[in-house]
Ligand binder design. Sequence first.
Ligand SMILES: NC(=O)c1ccc[n+]([C@@H]2O[C@H](COP(=O)([O-])OP(=O)(O)OC[C@H]3O[C@@H](n4cnc5c(N)ncnc54)[C@H](O)[C@@H]3O)[C@@H](O)[C@H]2O)c1
Length: 255
Amino acid sequence: MQSQLNAAPTDLTGKVCLVTGAAGGIGHSAVSHFAALGATVYATDIADAFDGPANYRSFNLLDEAGISACTDWIAEIKPDVLFNNAAIFDMGSVLEADLAQFDRLFGLNVRAFYAVLQASAKSMVANGQAGSIINLASQAGHRGEALVAHYCATKAAVISYTQSAALALAPHKVRVNAISPGVIDTPMWKDVDALFAKFEGKEIGQKKREVGEAVPLGHMGDPSDVARAAVFLASDQSSYMTAQTIGIDGGNVLR
Ligand SMILES: NC(=O)c1ccc[n+]([C@@H]2O[C@H](COP(=O)([O-])OP(=O)(O)OC[C@H]3O[C@@H](n4cnc5c(N)ncnc54)[C@H](O)[C@@H]3O)[C@@H](O)[C@H]2O)c1
């Protein structure tokens, strides 16, 4: 059989994309990339204001009323693409990481993540839309770390929900994939670096420099490195791909 050439340029015209955590490094880059390729973009974050090419609403996804308002909004906007990205980081070993930290990290990274995923999936199925859901996992979801117990567990949960959702939604032509970034230079790293300084007695800036140098490709990633993978997953270029987790990590994790 002769293979068919199917290599149209990537175009998101006509797609409605929703981005959570949109005011952060990776989320903002995803908004810009989706909009530049013709999508109508809706964006949300806890931040009061947002500067970017999107219709913006502020929701605190750690708050029950915020989740409820956000899921109502999802039913209104009917996204074809969800970039499920809002998350927080914190540190502590199993001897130090308490249940308050568990509640915050699981509250946003898993509970709110799941609520947004479920509302988007329900909307896509109810409206007969062939959608794409893109979940933000992490290299931290592929292995535990002594000082990062809860965050690693939340990101392992993201990978698991990606697989379960992909299998449940495949009959509805809704694809679900995850991206596992490695170390990406975003505002989150200010906190991560300060926490490692506290927990490992390092100078401010030292951990960030060290993790960049340790990447096989030799440097931290840029948010646009993740956004370009998101564009691929959002577009019809990835139409035969579901239930996968893509590493955008410069070679940090070998699968
Ligand atoms: N930067 C990295 O090195 C890295 C590595 C692996 C995975 N990730 C993942 O990528 C995603 C984006 O990370 P980033 O580096 O852009 O982080 P970031 O801190 O720059 O952005 C996260 C955004 O989430 C928002 N947010 C925080 N609490 C919220 C709440 N209660 N309700 C609603 N929004 C809230 C923040 O305001 C922020 O804009 C996250 O899921 C993160 O876990 C990042």
